[in-house]
Ligand binder design. Sequence first.
Ligand code: AMP
Ligand code: MN
Ligand code: MN
Ligand code: MN
Length: 281
Amino acid sequence: MNVDLHSHSLASDGLLAPAAVAARARAGGVDVWALTDHDDVSGLDEAAAAAAALGMRFVPGVEISVTWRAEPSHKGTTVHVVGLNIDPENAALADGLAAIRAGREDRARRIAFDLEVAGVPGALEGARKYAANPDLVSRTHFARFLVEAGKVPSTHAAFNRYLTEGKPGHVAHDWASLADAMDWIRAAGGVAVVAHPGRYKLATGNLNRFLAEFKDRGGAAIEVLTGSHTAAQYNHFAEVCRCFGFMASRGSDYHGPGESRVDPGDLPRLPADLTPVWQGW
Ligand code: AMP
Ligand code: MN
Ligand code: MN
Ligand code: MN
């Protein structure tokens, strides 16, 4: 069974409509598929209908932006927590996600201001043009605008030169707390999964502290196989699952043609001794 539990659509920073992502997943041989847009569930109805029409099992999901602090004085690190099998109608979850999206609006203005100072005018309007969901402007939309404006040759270069920490289009931002994100996922009946744990800018000790706190707060699983991990990281995070007693997840983090290393479903199998997060569904 091919299970892919992480992907994006036009409801956040993907390039395709939910139904088109479903079709890509099915074409890639996926049997069980989750749409997990950033901080937004507005694509889930279309995704569910499309998956049903394609004979593919659908799992409603969301990828929540979180700021985690190792201690109160820590400046905070952005981490992503995926909620799977959530009820998108749940009020606590819906209200929490709406608050994150409101914060994104303010952040987009600050990013645009910084870019203007750095000699790139019109970035807010420019990024908005790429954001099909006007409620959800992400750095990815700024990256596409920076390519269009001729400032960089690729979205990858846009992140390297402008949109990451220490660069002129990067601003500090407080996302949801880990406690709140976990509460919303639990309230919505979902399972919490740490997205791409290999990608965070945390020293090993702090990553372990984060994972321990995630587990204490009811966290069930981490992504082992993701388009963001190298083959060495597949092995490493399989071992992390064994040490912490986490279930394992698998997801491409597909964003659309030309913007993703991995197509939906195109990942290895989970090691046989790990418990898949979808076991028992
Ligand atoms: P945001 O939530 O607005 O900070 O945007 C985060 C998104 O930017 C991620 O989900 C990725 O899709 C994208 N992203 C982050 N870093 C990079 C990178 N180095 N290259 C390409 N895309 C990136
Ligand atoms: Mn993204
Ligand atoms: Mn992510
Ligand atoms: Mn993602």
